[in-house]
Ligand binder design. Structure first.
Ligand code: ZN
Length: 290
């Protein structure tokens, strides 16, 4: 999922492999039969905190579990954020251009950038284009823009220090964050128990709970950031970054996930009558690393 595969694609893959979705524990006389996977059932499975050894009760995370995690918590949090973030763009069809839905429109409207997503289009003069989804603000040839962005990424990931800067620096934090998240969940358990035992008033418990949950949300967000770095994985370590990027097994979905992990991209109008590609009209900001 973090590498950019859709839930629908995962469902197809599992169904093709003969894996069926499990019946829920029989809560009545009629347990649900095994069924083929759909995008929604894959999604429901992936956002289940039990995958990261987090116990839940009525949908609330209540504490560390007695069973081992099947994915590290940061990976789990990154997937949850990806699948539940309301600002997340809708899933993109196969064959999508590199920056569709990732870059935003930088056309100034009353002093502020338009901000709408950029989508792929086509026109007679330019061939494939990128254009503002809300309005025709920006419309420019797509290929030079793609090539410019790929060049930036390949150059950055080809540097000797790429792995250090992008991976190692974030790794030590992850253990600490994971431990802290578990400690907070244990604390939530304690608060509930202390309320039950009468050691805390309802008001005290509510305050303690709110504080713990706020901190937990912050820690989970940091874990999600760390987990997203997994997308880079072998790309950072490759001897020939460009060759791996272009290889068929890497694929467009994965390329898009890498762009989304590394860069914020704003496309500005190329300028009236501009015939030459001007890199200054592509505003890029690195999301991670110096
Ligand atoms: Zn626009």
């Amino acid at each position: 999922m973090l590498a950019g595969v859709s839930t629908a694609a995962v469902a197809r893959r599992w169904n093709a492999a003969g894996l069926l979705s499990g019946a829920r524990k029989a809560s009545g006389p009629h347990p649900r039969p095994l069924a083929t996977w759909r995008a929604e059932t894959v999604r429901a499975l992936l956002v289940n905190p039990r995958n990261a050894a987090i116990r839940t009760l009525n949908g609330e995370k209540v504490g560390p579990a007695a069973w081992p995690a099947i994915v590290p918590e940061e990976t789990f949090q990154a997937v949850v954020r990806m699948l539940t973030d309301p600002s997340r763009r809708p899933a993109v069809p196969v064959g999508q251009r590199l920056l569709s839905g990732l870059a935003t429109c930088g056309k100034l409207l009353d002093g502020a950038a338009c901000g709408a997503h950029i989508q792929a289009g086509r026109n007679e003069y330019h061939g494939p284009t990128y254009r503002c989804a809300s309005n025709g603000h920006v419309a420019r040839a797509a290929a030079p823009v793609d090539e410019f962005v790929i060049g930036l990424i390949v150059e950055r990931l080809s540097r000797d220090d790429a792995a250090d800067l992008l991976l190692d620096d974030t790794r030590p934090d992850v253990d600490a964050l994971r431990t802290e998240a578990q400690a907070i969940r244990a604390r939530l358990d304690d608060i509930a128990a202390m309320l039950g035992e009468g050691e805390l008033s309802r008001e005290q418990a509510r305050t303690a709970n709110a504080r713990a949950r706020a901190r937990l949300a912050a820690v989970e967000a940091e874990l999600a950031d760390a987990g997203r770095v997994d997308v880079l994985g072998d790309l950072v370590k490759a001897d020939d970054v460009r060759a791996l990027w272009d290889s068929s097994e890497f694929g467009r979905a994965r390329q898009r996930a890498v762009v989304d992990t590394l860069l914020t991209i704003v496309l500005h109008p190329p300028g009236r009558g501009a015939r030459r590609f001007d890199p200054a009209t592509i505003e890029t900001t690195w999301k991670i690393g110096p």
